[in-house]
Design a protein around this ligand. Structure first.
Ligand SMILES: [Zn+2]
Length: 179
């Protein structure tokens, strides 16, 4: 089969037309789709990274704040006194509230990971269409490493650890007699 632009032997087919190497490159370069796909690719990547940065910042601030108030509750459990309504030390409610906050963070993190997965799905699609390797290349090279699983699950471990420690602290504060 001959190239549609010249008399050379066609080696490629693009959108139903045959092209030689030279004209194939030209035709492919002129496809308006490529530019819009690259733009979409950049937007998606930026979207994912911005949200990752936001999540990291929010998690760091709120986790630090809960650590601070739970430490305060432990140190001041005697001064905080007893709850009139529940007849338990007031200090015990502070890790309970912290646990609720960590749960909210965990939920937000989980749902935003789900949104990220949708974005990454589209990012991979674009990489396949454009024949480029970006995140797909990275994934291919890291997913069989021993640390990939723990790394992916790191936030699960952090959230579950904090929830466990705060619940344990709450039980201890509620049960420990005040001086
Ligand atoms: Zn040609």
């Amino acid at each position: 089969m001959k190239c549609v632009r010249c008399s050379k032997e066609a080696e490629y087919v693009l959108d139903g037309s045959s092209f030689c190497t030279e004209h194939f490159k030209e035709a492919e370069g002129k496809k308006p789709k490529t530019d819009s796909l690259i733009a979409e690719y950049e937007v998606l990547n930026e979207y994912v990274h911005k949200r990752e940065d936001g999540t990291l910042l929010a998690n760091s601030i709120i986790i630090s704040a809960t650590l601070f108030v739970v430490t305060f509750a432990i140190q001041n459990r005697n001064n905080l006194g007893m709850s009139f309504f529940f007849n338990v030390p007031i200090a015990g409610f502070i890790p309970i509230i912290s646990t609720v906050l960590i749960f909210v963070l965990y939920f937000l993190w989980g749902t935003s990971s789900a949104v990220d997965n949708v974005c990454f799905g589209r990012i991979h699609e674009i990489e396949n269409i454009l024949h480029i390797e970006g995140t797909g290349y990275v994934l291919k090279n890291v997913e069989n490493k021993w640390w990939y699983g723990p790394r992916r699950n790191l936030w699960h471990i952090v959230f579950i650890l904090f929830i466990g420690v705060y619940l344990f602290t709450a039980i201890w504060l509620f049960r420990q007699p005040l001086l």
